[in-house]
Design a protein around this ligand. Sequence first.
Ligand SMILES: [Zn+2]
Ligand SMILES: [Zn+2]
Length: 248
Amino acid sequence: MPRFQKYEQKIRRYKDKLKKLITRIGISYTDEFELDNEIPKKLLLPCHIGILFFGEYDKALFEKIKHYLTQVFDSFFFTIRNLGTYNFSFELISKGVKTEYGEIKKTSGRIKIHPTNKFYQILINKRIEENLGMIIAVTDLPLYSSSDDNILFLFGETHLKHRCCVISSLKLKEQFYNRLANFKIFEQRVIKEVIHEIGHIILGPDHCLKNSCVMRFSHDVKKIDEKSFDFCNNCKTKLEQIRTQHNF
Ligand SMILES: [Zn+2]
Ligand SMILES: [Zn+2]
């Protein structure tokens, strides 16, 4: 019936509009509207990887990250690409934001923290668009976990299925603890956390118990400083096995 068709078309149009809106907002509170994209096909290795920055970073930081990734992951990546700086729209920056008291700087009052899903949605779209196997975000914004909103001010998180991860550099700065800025230490921490989260995408969610291993879980910056940039022998063996499975 033509009248029916008219309604059907109207509903379809609204549905598309809604879908677009959700993709743009990149955050939703119900499971139904959780990350908008399909789970990607099985990861093929080696792959291309990209790093997207949210915030102002020294230009040399990317090169340093790239240098370390090439060393520790060896032949896992065809290319390591700098995807540049992402600029949030005014609308998107406030989406999903919670205000919480900072853990350490209690005197500075409440600060705005952002859900990891907001970053994941941007990263998923970018990963598809740029044809990347995996993608990573480095942001100076404070984060909370979209899968568990009790986890606040996290250093980093990985979405294994969507093969993307996000690092918050805020708490990696010495200034956050009311100490003198130290750029070298800051960079080292960012690099370790980047390697750690990419390690999760490749090796899975488990943490390593070896103190010096980059896959060790870090509760605080002291623990990050204590660990090395590299994988322990046990984790290296696992990487080797993956290499063999993928024939490279
Ligand atoms: Zn971890
Ligand atoms: Zn290990």
